[in-house]
Design a protein around this ligand. Sequence first.
Ligand code: ADP
Length: 609
Amino acid sequence: MNLELLDQLPTPACLLDADTAEYVQVNQLWQEAIGYPHLSAGSQAELEITNGSAHKKCLALARNLVRIANKHYWLVTAYDVSKYQQQIREQQQEKQQIEEQLVECSTTLQIVNELLKDRADAQYKIMQRLRRNRQFLQRFIASSPCILYIYDLERQEYVYINQDSLTRLGYDSLKVTSIDKLVHPEDIVVLTKHYAKCRQLKPNDTLVVEYRLVKADKTFRWYRSYDAVFEVFNQQVVQIVGVAIDITEQKLAEITLAYSEQKNRAILRAIPDLILRLRADGTCIECLPPSPPHNFRIIQNHLREVLEPEELQKHLQAIARALQEKKLQVCEQKVIKQGRVCEEEVYIVAVSEHEVLEIVRDISDRQAAIRTKMELAKQKEITELQRRFFAMLSHEFRTPLATILASAQLLQVSHQHWLDEKAIRNLKRIELCVVDALELLENMMTINRADAGGLQVKKSVYNLRSFTDEVIDALASDRQIVTNYPITFDDYEGWIDPFLMRRVLVNLLNNALKYSAPETVVTVNLLVSYKQDQAIWQITDQGIGIAPEDVDHIFTLGWRGQNAAQVRGSGLGLAVVQACLTAMGGTIAVNSKLGVGTTFTVVVPIAEC
Ligand code: ADP
């Protein structure tokens, strides 16, 4: 190579001595680009030379061994590589960025990877849990004593019912879809209404209904259903999910309880008392009146509704005592009912710390009865006094009357030759009046004794015909009395009380004579039934008779027939007859026709007692 050629090279170049590595020659471009740097002949490194100016250049050096004039030189050429350097730098930057991105991506990928792994784990766990839940649910449904179902409100049928419950009811699951097959006929309406309501169900609401389900063996059981929304279409509930619990035992207990409560209430209402549950201040918790009709005022809220302030005070004090002493308290109170003052007796017993049970009894009638009894006793006392006074008086009258009668009869007998007719008539009248008065006294004394329960029966044996004749003969009457005795009657005897029997016959005969015209006949029939140990007297007259409406009253003391006003009388005779017959165990019957006549039939036992 020619040394001059160095300047012709288009790139900075220099020649170095191959042995010493010293500059032999540099070209113009080298000088411009590098100046005179100190380079060793072996240097191939990239040089970065600052030539004094501000800009940086990057040069690459290439070394070639050349021989010039038998001498070896290093030809070093420099190439401006700053442009490539820049590219390299940029590429390196890019590479670095890519690397950084890669690192970033791989980190992200790692995170994503982690996440995916976590997610897969979670999903696996969820799947596991779901599987467990499903198993649990299946076991739960299988072992559940309840009926679980889904009911389609549109199609009106069960779309699902758990198999076991249907088996328990005795059904083949496939056959039961409609409520008609399952539900008790009486409850179908209830359930239909319930399902209609279910259409309006809100998502979190539950509707409850009770009904009976018919088992395959035709017996039934009570169920309570809780229904909730299962599916909604067009804002309408179309399917519900429900659980039905068997409440038969509870229902039976309820029914039994209700029945026994009803029974207890019926018993309580059968008691003719008012039952009250009250608080200490008189507030009414419950007011149970007896079955109507009753005479109690119903208390709505408080005792003051029925009690005057004074009575209320008394009652509240009794309640306080019952609560404090825990002992039965009895008090009496006055209540105004329908404008009438009624008396009540109240039994109060404490049932808790603040509550009492009361039985209120209307004792108005009892109190009235006690008062009446007391009045009666008083009346009886007065009557007894009167009776004794009257007995005493009768006795006092009888002696002088008997004396007058005896005197009048004696006068008639002993002085009949020189007494004129008028005097005899007067004596006769005296005799009749005295006999009447004595009869009246006798009747009064008999009824007096009967009232006092003192009509004693003292029987003796009598010839009944003679006895009757004697009674008739003793009557102070001129009238003829026809007697009819059985032909073989002469010896017939019977056990009778002569005093009582005389009273009976005398009063009946006197009435027959009194209530018939003097020209008519009075008949006495006497019959004896030895078979029945009875004597029967029949006294018949042809007098004024007794009005049918009077017949039932004629034996009442002091009562006189409406057609008897013209005849003298006191209404005492038949009452005496009745009292005497009752004492003797006899009976009397009357048969009468107005204006035709009357027959009294007396039956008296004549057996020895
Ligand atoms: P009294 O004859 O004094 O009125 P009694 O007690 O003897 O009372 O009789 C009651 C009533 O029965 C009489 O008032 C009379 O109306 C009716 N009576 C009784 N006996 C007869 C009779 N033989 N004929 C018609 N009425 C009679």
